[in-house]
Design a protein around this ligand. Structure first.
Ligand code: HEM
Length: 448
């Protein structure tokens, strides 16, 4: 039998430093050289199976998902600071929580949130309009981060939260995320993080987040008033078997996880999409035509967004080229096999979504931005929201957020490309634009 393709250990080791900083070009090179599925040593040490093969991705995430679990990066490390929520839990507890929370994300429930999303978007665009006097180059990344955070925050707590608390929440969650990334990148500095007080500082931040949110949850529960937002969904959802709801602590952790899972991913996707749009004026014109034809000057609602199929194609194509979740990992809970690959218990299997999204066997001219390729239903080798039972619970919510942000921004601003900027991928837990994304904005309603 032919041996499985494998990156030699010395090659993985030699490239370990470069891999930690720019993994995507290295993995794309491996894909060209070794094929869709191959063995490699992460950091030159940990043997893992890496694959962009849709059949293997489906095998691990869907068909045989019970044989696999999430790795400690997604569970232990995140959970230490951000609690046990859907994203960070596993096994029977995860399944119980997923069943409880899933109905809150059904389309009809999300429709009720559309006006909240539109309001947050308007608020952020008003601020942007104030900043951009006439024609200016703006980094859209921080704008999108703020907008996406506001959209999750207001969908969870539709009743106004104290402004200071909200800011503290946003900065504490970002600081903790950055600290987690530091630990993933430089795990050997763990004793230093502890000794220098960084670990305890971040636990303290986690405590502050907890206090802010517990206050809001308690106030809501005691008021007895219903608001039809995500917090109500978490408070009033009951387990099928017991008829009981979640404890305050469970509600708290699930709420935090929605912030963590839901804001940076969406901000990344939107920033990349605006980058692509600024370089493709013909796509902008097509979006504008669709808006003109289908909704004109009407305010956006869940109902009229449903007809905006070209905008959804643009979003899909943006997330194909720049998938915010560029990979995911799983650990084998028992021995398994896939074709010639023997996957021993404890093996890490990496589904390399970015590789599948850029594979010329599935996509003609994979580097070209062509939203039209999504005008048919065929979506093989496409995983922006993962696959199987742990697929993103917020996918429809995210699509709605992005439709609103794109349509409203293009209604108010003419956008064009800023040439010669240093666009770099930063592939950490999510795929971000390392140096932000500059675009030129011209306020359509400003007198020149
Ligand atoms: C463009 C935006 C988004 C992208 C690209 C994205 C991507 C993903 C992916 C790939 C997964 C699966 C991870 C895995 O299998 O290991 C996931 C899970 C998850 N996402 Fe999203 N996500 C987005 C937005 C959101 C939003 C807006 C929310 C909530 C408001 C959210 C909440 C979650 C949760 C809770 C999970 C864990 C689900 C589970 O394990 O049961 N996501 N997301």
């Amino acid at each position: 039998m032919k041996p499985n393709p494998s990156v030699p250990r010395f090659r993985s080791l030699l490239g370990a430093f470069k891999f930690a900083h720019t993994p995507i070009p290295i993995l794309m090179d491996y894909q060209k050289q070794y094929g869709k599925t191959y063995w490699a040593y992460l950091g030159g040490i940990k043997k893992a199976l890496i694959s962009s093969d849709p059949n293997l991705i489906k095998h691990v995430l869907q068909t045989k998902n019970k044989k696999y679990t999430k790795s400690e990066i997604q569970t232990d490390l995140l959970a230490k600071y951000l609690g046990q929520g859907l994203l960070t839990s596993k096994g029977a507890y995860w399944l119980k929580q997923r069943r409880l929370i899933q109905p809150g994300f059904h389309k009809e429930k999300l429709n009720a949130l559309s006006s909240i999303l539109v309001n947050v978007c308007h608020k952020e665009l008003d601020e942007l309009a104030r900043k951009t006097s006439n024609k200016e180059n703006i980094d859209v990344y921080p704008v999108m981060l703020k907008m996406a955070f506001g959209m999750v925050a207001n969908s969870l707590f539709s009743v106004k939260m104290d402004h200071k608390d909200l800011e503290l929440l946003e900065s504490s969650i970002s600081k903790i995320q950055r600290f987690i990334i530091k630990q993933i990148r430089k795990p050997f500095l763990k004793p230093w993080y502890f000794l220098s007080g960084q670990t305890s500082k971040h636990y303290k931040l986690s405590g502050e987040i907890k206090n802010i949110l517990l206050k809001v949850i308690r106030e809501r529960k005691h008021s007895g008033q219903r608001h039809d937002d995500l917090l109500d969904m978490l408070i009033y959802a009951v387990y099928e078997d017991t008829g009981e709801g979640m404890t305050e602590e469970q509600i708290l952790w699930e709420a935090i996880i929605l912030f963590v899972a839901g804001h940076e991913t969406t901000a990344n996707a939107l920033s990349w999409i605006f980058y692509l749009l600024s370089n493709h004026p013909q796509v902008i014109s097509k979006i504008q035509e669709e808006v003109k034809e289908k909704i004109g000057e009407e305010p956006l609602s869940a109902e009229n967004l449903r007809g905006m199929s070209y905008v959804v194609q643009v979003i899909n194509e943006g997330m194909r080229i720049y998938p915010p979740a560029w990979l995911t990992d799983r650990l084998a809970l028992e021995d398994d096999e896939f074709g010639d690959f023997k996957i021993k218990k404890g093996t890490m299997v990496i589904s390399f979504f970015y590789g599948a999204h850029h594979d010329p066997n599935f996509w003609t001219m994979p580097e070209a931005f062509q939203p039209e390729r999504f005008n048919s239903k065929k979506t093989e080798a496409y995983y922006p929201f993962g696959a199987g039972p742990r697929m993103c619970i917020g996918n429809n919510f995210a699509i709605m957020e992005m439709q609103i942000a794109i349509i409203e921004l293009l209604r108010r601003f003419d956008i064009s490309a800023v040439k010669e900027q240093n666009i770099e991928l930063e592939a950490l837990i999510t795929l971000r634009p390392k140096n932000g994304v500059m675009i030129n904005l011209k306020n359509k309603f400003q007198q020149t």
